[in-house]
Design a protein around this ligand. Structure first.
Ligand code: GN1
Ligand code: MG
Length: 361
């Protein structure tokens, strides 16, 4: 049995009142923010134990407060579905802070399959349905009860400003390496911040959204490949439907993974885009405004540029936010996202036409 944290994980699991002994622990590579373990008990049951990254989430108890409210809402809407269940400690909290101040949570383990990239068109359409339904389930959720767990999370305007400030203060002496990237970002700055500005002015409504709709955040049935549930509710808070739509396009409708180094193979696959758009738009066309529908495709471009800005900013400021596997990882991620965004810009008219086709059905 592997013993990450020197066996301390058993003690942490006990706090969540699991009535069995810890048998084995598997470290899962799951996302690039939190640490995730599959903990297997002698009873035969498994759970997902996560250590929340408190550099990213300064107030993890607010994240867990939001999750309590959102999971209860979804459970009411979808009582017979496959739902996330976070276990509570003896004092009724859905988290535990250990003696080192680390923040832990434990939920039911769902035996399912996830995709980081995906060539199966049917899976993409189903991912669209899953995130579309998730959006619908939250359409009557009172946004005012949610904490903004990461202020300005999808404020592309502010993220751009921060990037350019860091490019000029250059704390790590890396700005000279990214001149071309900064030039490209400047050239698309207006288009990439347009939806964010429309939301700030009220032209696009603010909704309760997932805000991290990577395709890896949908669980699919191992056999049928139908969507089971949407996971990673850490950033559910007020946001833009177009960014939720767009982030799945960014993560799943490209021809390569998020950190591909061979930029010659990075582009948007229009067939994948169409499959995803079909699923998402079929579920949401009656709930979203015309302006929202009309700007969904642009949302993919905006969120992809924003993601590049975030990776590049992390590179310029010393790689503190995202986990990296090698020194230039964030720079490579940023370059890959910029290549994808550039291709999306060229294909935007076709993408908009595709969305309009499914909106009109
Ligand atoms: C992070 O939670 P995870 O690792 O799937 C990030 C997202 C980014 C994504 C890029 C809280 O997602 O916003 O889009 O990495 N989450 C947070 O892979 O910053
Ligand atoms: Mg996340």
């Amino acid at each position: 049995m592997s013993k990450p944290y020197g066996g301390q994980l058993a003690e942490i699991c006990e706090k969540f009142r699991i009535e069995s002994s810890l048998d084995s622990v598997e470290t899962l590579i799951d996302g690039i923010i939190n640490k995730t373990f599959k903990v297997n008990f002698t009873s035969g049951k498994s759970y997902l134990l996560q250590q929340i990254n408190s550099f990213v989430f300064a107030r993890p108890e607010q994240v867990m407060g939001n999750i309590d409210l959102v999971t209860a809402h979804i459970m009411k809407k979808n009582p017979d579905g496959c739902n996330l269940h976070f276990h509570h400690t003896a004092d009724g909290k859905n988290y535990y802070i250990d003696k080192n101040g680390s923040f832990w949570r434990l939920r039911n383990y769902l035996d399912a399959v996830t995709f980081n990239t995906c060539d199966d068109i049917a899976v993409l359409e189903n991912a669209g349905r899953a995130f579309g339904r998730f959006q619908n389930m939250l359409s009557d959720f009172d946004a005012s009860v949610l904490c903004e767990t990461i202020p300005g999370f999808h404020n592309t305007v502010a993220r751009m400003e921060t990037l350019f400030e860091h490019a000029s203060s250059d704390p790590m002496g890396r700005a000279a390496e990214v001149v071309r990237e900064l030039d490209f970002i400047s050239s698309v700055r207006e288009k990439a911040t347009e939806l964010c500005k429309m939301t700030l002015s009220g032209a696009i409504p603010t909704r309760v959204t997932h805000n991290d709709t990577k395709i890896s955040n949908v669980l699919f049935d191992k056999n049928t490949r139908l969507p089971l549930t949407v996971i990673d509710l850490d950033t559910v808070m007020p946001g833009m439907a177009a960014y939720d739509f767009g982030d799945t396009v960014r993560s799943a409708a490209g021809t390569a993974s998020e950190d591909e180094r061979d930029l010659s193979i990075v582009s948007l696959d229009i067939a994948k885009f169409e499959a995803y758009a079909k699923g998402f738009v079929s579920e949401t066309r009656s709930g979203l405004t015309k302006t929202e529908i009309d700007t969904l495709a642009q949302g993919a471009f905006c969120v992809t540029v924003e993601q590049a800005v975030r990776f590049l900013d992390d590179y310029l400021t010393g790689d503190k936010y995202y986990k990296i596997s090698y020194p230039l990882h964030n720079l490579c991620r940023a370059r890959c996202q910029l290549k994808l965004a550039g291709d999306m810009l060229e294909k935007l008219p076709a993408m908009e036409k595709t969305v309009a086709k499914y909106a009109a059905l």
